[in-house]
Structure formats: C-alpha cells, structure tokens
Design a protein around this ligand. Structure first.
Ligand code: PEP
Ligand code: MN
Length: 448
C-alpha cells in the first residue's frame, strides 16, 4: 500500500500519463481556481445511491447500461443532440427492462466526457505533424497548430457545458419526458421499416396494456414516481487530473471526498498504472469507479490495483470493464474471472465490446462491425455462464444521431457507406437504429 496520505492533490507526486502539455502562463491557475470555486455538478448522496444500485448488479439483480459518445463535442451540446441521446438510452433501457425483465441502471458517458487518451502525442494530418486531438476540454480537432495547442480555459468551458447538459438531462428525466407512458414518443420513424422497429412497436403495445391494467385495478400511474421519472447518472473517464481535483469536494455529512464532476468515473486502460497518478487520485474519492481492462493485463497487477481502489471489497465501488475484442475475449476473460472469483472480489463485470473491435477501413476511417460488437457481448455472456460469474452490464459508444460510423446492423451498412454521415472526432459510435437493435439482443441474452 502507498505510504503517502491521500489528499485531493497527492496524485501530483506520482507520474501522470496522458496529460496535455499546457502552455505556461496564468490561464491554467486562473481556470483551476475558478473551477474549484464553482458549485459541484453532482452531489455525494447521488454517488452513494448509484453505488448501492451497482452493488445489486454484482449479484445479477440489476443490469448496467453505460453508454454515450466516445468524446463529447462542445458544438453538440444542444437541446436536440442531448434529447436524441437520451431518447435512445430510454428506448434501450425499456427494452432491456421489459423484454429482459431486469432493472436497468442507466449511466451516460456524458456531461463531462471531454478528454481523451491518445496512442501518440502527435499525428500526421495532410503531411503535417500536429499535436493529437485530446478532447474538447484540451484542444480542438481542426488541423492547425493553433487549434491543437492545449488551452486550459477549455476546462472551464467543459464544466459549463457539462452543467448545461446535466441540467437538461435532469429536466427531461424528472419533468415528464421520461414517463413510461411516453414510450411511444422516444421512438423514431426511421426504425419503422426495420425488425427492431417492429419489435419496439409490439413492446409499446404491451407496455400500454400493462399501464391500462394498472389503472383498471385502481393504481394511479400518473402519480407513481417509478413510472414518471427515471434516473440517468453521468460518467466520464477521469483523465485530466487537474480538472478532477478542482471538482473534488468534501461531503459535509460523511466527511468523505467525492469527485463531483460526475457520478461515476472510470480509469482507462492506458492510465491504470499501479503507482501512477490516476490510481492515486481515484483511490481517495468515494464515487463508484470503473476500470477498463484490455488484453495486455497482468493478473497480479489487476489484483493489486483492485486492492488499492477498493481495500474494503465494497460491492458497487468497482466495475471492471473488459475490452478484449470479439476474437480475443475467449482467451483473456476466463482466467481473469477465475482468479478474481478465487480472490473473493466483489465487482461488477461489464463488457465494452467497442474498443477491442476497432479497425481502419480502406478509406482511412476508423470503424467497428456491429457483428463483432454483438459477438463479443455474446461470448462475454457465455463465458460468465460457464464460469458461474455474473455478466453485469455493457459499456457502449453510441449516439442518438443517424450517423454512419459502424458497419452492419439491419441496414447492412458497408465501409463504402460510412462517408454518408461520418461525424465522430474520435471513435466510431453505433447509431440510434443499431443501438435499439443491440438492446433487443441484450434482452434476449438476459431472458432467453
Ligand atoms: C474510451 O472508453 O473511449 C477509451 C479510450 O477506452 P480504453 O481506455 O478502454 O482504451
Ligand atoms: Mn472510445
């Protein structure tokens, strides 16, 4: 165990990977000072509630649906963009809850997912070497040196956009838009011609029948909070430690420290060094945490990190998000599950079927195949069943837009179609149709 005493700035004595090289000058200190004085975005009690819900997913009594953009885009912090993403999350969760008969814990990769780890500090764009794009909270994707130079004021801008996003999410989810009797309103006409659209129509009819039945026996759906409100938690990769530190506050009721930039934070596969700054920072905050695990893991190292992040083995504190790829999951997952079960670790197991399945197509676009995504999830499920462990959820990159970034799905998108609406600044996302289709597959796995 580390001998240092944790504080919200103790990470500064440890090596921090994937941090931008911020320019010298007062902008950094000024931004961090302002951030540290601004109100928290979420409050400790919400993080504790999420942790308690995640504890139920450890035992298979709830299902974690964590999803959203790879990298949120400042310019897409608009009412329609947020509403379309929320709609697809609501659709997916109603499919999993109704057809899969499982309570769904909804966690957006949103309201703060503005910083990205990159495989290289620089990249060649049109023959010119430029600093890599590291997310809108750091720099801008345009191919100029000026745009790519990190600007600390972007952290403040990220805070304000996260606050605006969260405000609309809270209005929609608490103010009636997410009420179950609006299940039809989350639907989109473009799905109608697809099998998933027809399945969704059937589901809407069944839900209406249930609501009508409840009314007939004297229950009052209009005044039943479980039917009128949903909770959508926020999450992002806790990558920019300066930002995360500035949003870390002591909870006045328990004395615990919470990173109030989002409800759940995760550590990427590239920043989870046992003696690195990210692990040091996150071990001290009491939020529920996620950790990505890719094929390069070392089992003793994973155990040591898990011990450090969750020394009391508290169920709900830690979600291990595996991202091996459809071809590799059968080689890498069983050993991990066996060793962690033997150690008695109480974690949620979630499948990220995106990051191990990325390829570059002949047109230079990054893409993923719907069939690989589905195959990794199915294999993940089968392995958990065989090992007697619990498949607790999924971690997806998707959007409510009609983008063409991943191939496959019932529209049978091919690489040659991706140029039609390829929008992402970072990784390719499932579009709304592919996402709903995937939700029906998940429901089938949960309730065959
Ligand atoms: C991501 O979730 O966008 C990401 C970068 O994942 P990973 O850390 O698994 O590579
Ligand atoms: Mn990504």
């Amino acid at each position: 165990m580390p001998t240092t005493k944790w504080s919200k700035s103790s990470w500064r004595s440890f090596p921090a990977m994937q941090q931008p090289v911020w320019p010298a000058g007062p902008a950094m200190d000024d931004s961090l000072k302002t951030l540290s004085q601004l109100p928290p975005l979420v409050f400790a009690g919400e993080c504790q509630t999420l942790k308690a819900q995640l504890a139920e997913a450890v035992d298979g009594n709830a299902f974690v649906l964590q999803c959203g953009d790879c990298a949120e885009d400042f310019s897409r912090c608009t009412g329609p963009d947020i509403r379309e993403l929320l709609k697809v999350i609501l659709q997916m969760s109603v499919v999993v809850a109704y057809a899969g008969e499982k309570r769904v814990i909804k966690i957006g990769r949103m309201a703060g997912q503005y910083a990205k780890p990159r495989s290289s500090d620089t990249e060649m764009v049109n023959g010119v070497e430029l600093p890599s794009y590291r997310g809108d909270m750091v720099n801008s994707p345009e191919a100029t040196l000026e745009a790519r130079t990190p600007d600390p004021r972007r952290m403040l801008e990220g805070y304000y956009r996260a606050a605006a996003t969260l405000n609309l999410v809270r209005s929609f989810t608490l103010g009636g838009y997410a009420a179950l009797d609006r299940v039809q309103a989350w639907h989109r006409a473009s799905l109608d011609a697809l099998p998933a659209g027809q399945k969704y129509e059937d589901l809407v009819r069944q839900i209406w029948k249930t609501i009508n039945f409840m009314t007939a026996i004297g229950l009052d759906p209009q005044h039943t909070p479980q039917l009128n409100q949903v909770t959508l938690y926020t999450s992002h990769e806790a990558l920019l430690l300066d930002y995360e530190e500035a949003l870390t506050r002591m909870d006045s009721t328990t004395g615990g420290w919470y990173d109030c930039s989002g409800h759940m934070l995760w550590i990427g596969d590239r920043t989870r060094q046992l003696d690195g700054a990210h692990i040091e920072f996150l071990r001290g905050v009491k939020n529920p945490l996620g950790m990505k695990i890719g094929p390069n893991y070392d089992i003793d190292n994973i155990k040591a990190i898990v011990d450090r992040l969750n020394p009391d083995n508290e169920a709900g504190r830690l979600t291990l998000i595996t991202r091996f790829g459809a071809d590799k999951v059968a080689n890498y997952l069983p050993k991990l599950l066996r060793e962690m079960s033997r150690g008695g670790y109480r974690v949620v197991w979630s499948c990220d079927p995106m990051h191990g399945n990325t390829y570059q197509n002949e047109f230079g676009q990054k893409s993923r195949k719907f069939e690989d995504i589905l195959r990794e999830i199915k294999t993940f499920w089968e392995i958990h069943k065989a090992e007697g462990t619990v498949a607790g959820g999924v971690h997806l990159e998707l959007t409510g837009d009609h983008v063409t970034e991943c191939t496959g799905g019932s529209r049978q998108l091919l690489d040659k179609h991706l140029h039609l609406n390829y929008q992402t600044n970072c990784d390719p996302r499932l579009n709304a149709e592919q996402s709903v289709e995937l939700a029906f597959e998940l429901a089938e796995m949960l309730h065959p």
